[in-house]
Design a protein around this ligand. Structure first.
Ligand code: UDP
Length: 238
């Protein structure tokens, strides 16, 4: 286990994709177990970790509204989808011995605590992983924005964006063999060159508040703990 801690408190954004496995949709419990293994390693390092989970594996508001649903209702369904993922992740983490709390932006007290910033911080201080679900609680937003919002609220020193690629490239590495990996990037460069690190709202919030973002591949064993130990993993935007 890494002895040195580069970050004391961090926030990890896990997209719905990370719950879906190869099928690309729905929940694959085997895949969540792998993510949990990663998180268990992080818990053992003593880093205080907040998590924000997406819901795209179940439902995205924009897609549902394109199919005729009212956008606001569709977005609420998307937010509920993130809560489904959060409960799945919590269950598996707890089975692996990681202490967690799910906190929701939409009250659902039979299942989880409502999100209250001070309580979230208190849980983190007690060594519990806080899984924030329900996005921001507002339609027309994304879980990327929710992740940045929560990161700023809990005073995380970094936001980790877990993806299925190693970081930011000059082009899509799956389509362009000449695509080059970029280890480090300024907010301004990412903006000017149009690298889609997060959605525009979320990215703007990070830039404005100088919250560094690390984009990394969660499928690389041990990557999450290594990022938090300050190793050069993925792309850092700062
Ligand atoms: N959503 C929302 N407000 C929020 C966060 C999420 O309305 O603050 C809805 C939105 O419809 C979104 C869906 O929840 O499409 C799932 O979240 P997201 O697409 O961000 O999940 P991810 O892409 O990370 O899996």
């Amino acid at each position: 286990m890494a002895a040195k801690l580069a970050y004391r408190r961090a926030l990890l954004k896990v997209s719905g994709e990370a719950f879906a496995g190869r099928a690309g949709a729905g929940i694959d419990f085997g895949v969540i177990e792998r993510v949990s293994d990663e998180l268990k390693q992080v818990a053992a390092t003593g880093v205080q970790l907040g998590l924000v989970v997406g819901g795209g594996n179940i439902l995205r508001g924009t897609t549902a509204s394109q199919q005729g649903m009212d956008r606001v209702s569709a977005d609420y369904m998307g937010m509920l989808a993130t809560i489904i993922n959060a409960l799945a992740l919590q269950d598996i983490l707890e089975k692996q011995g990681v202490d967690t709390r799910v906190m929701t932006a939409i009250r659902m007290e039979e299942l989880a605590e409502p999100y209250i910033r001070r309580r979230a911080v208190r849980h983190l201080e007690k060594g519990r992983m806080v899984i924030s679900a329900g996005g921001t609680g507002n339609p027309y937003f994304s879980t990327d924005t929710a992740a940045v919002l929560r990161a700023l609220e809990i005073e995380a020193q970094v936001i980790l964006k877990a993806t299925n690629v190693d970081g930011v490239y000059t082009a899509d590495p799956k389509k362009d063999p000449k695509a080059e990996f970029i280890p480090e990037l300024s907010f301004q460069d990412a903006l000017v060159k149009g690298y889609a690190v997060m959605d525009a709202n979320a990215f703007g919030l990070c830039k404005e508040n100088k919250l560094p973002i690390v984009v990394f591949n969660i499928n690389q064993p041990g990557a999450t703990a290594r990022v938090l130990a300050g190793e050069r993993v993925g792309t850092i935007v700062k």
